[in-house]
Design a protein around this ligand. Sequence first.
Ligand code: IPE
Ligand code: IPE
Ligand code: MG
Length: 240
Amino acid sequence: MSHQETKSAVPEHIAIIMDGNGRWAQAQGKKRVQGHKVGMDRAREMVEACGAMGVKVLTLFAFSSENWKRPEQEVGFLMNLFVTGLTRESKQLHKNNVQLRVIGDVSRFEPKLQQAITKAQQLTQNNDGIVLQIAANYGGQWDIMQAVNQALIDHPESRTITEADIEQHLSGHDLAPVDLLIRTGGEVRISNFLLWQSAYAELYFSDILWPEFDASALKLAVAEYAQRQRRFGMTAEQLD
Ligand code: IPE
Ligand code: IPE
Ligand code: MG
């Protein structure tokens, strides 16, 4: 996960905080959960658009470790949506050569959902197209904590661990760090998403609510990304 200066116009790794489903539904006089349903269609569209653009990794924030605090009914709806979505979509993802991975503490999910996750991951594990990471029961602080604990198991004799020790146990440690982090829905915060992996990401905030964030909105974000100069601590002159 080394940070390299890149002049590439297309980000290698895009991560998206898909926010605004509830507000979108409510603005239409619908129930919040209807927004999640439409949000799923946008997620599918995003995988295709990113694949077509040559993006290597797409990470979608689907459910945070804090989202358990929502009303039980909404949490239940989301869990069912994951099970049916994974089962329904995994065949098509496989056909499209997508490698699906779920990151987060999946141990808290019901057995049915855990099984659907395992099955979808196994089906697509040898695909060499775009890697789609779904962050579910994910928290950036949790990720760092579990990586530290794994590193301590690796080095029981050692009183200190290095950045590299932590890094090799983080979710997606074998993938590029986040180049472009997008949040839809108007809020300007990270909400405990990929904290370590986004250390040098370019941030892009859109007021568009997730159910309306389409491929053309994504292209705008990538176009803005292409205009930015990533300096990674260096001076502009050094990069010229
Ligand atoms: C994001 O949309 C989806 C999830 C967190 C699962 P929200 O449900 O947070 O939508 P708003 O922010 O309430 O509009
Ligand atoms: C972040 O959205 C989590 C996901 C998009 C899955 P939230 O809507 O839960 O974030 P906060 O709580 O408003 O920061
Ligand atoms: Mg929200």
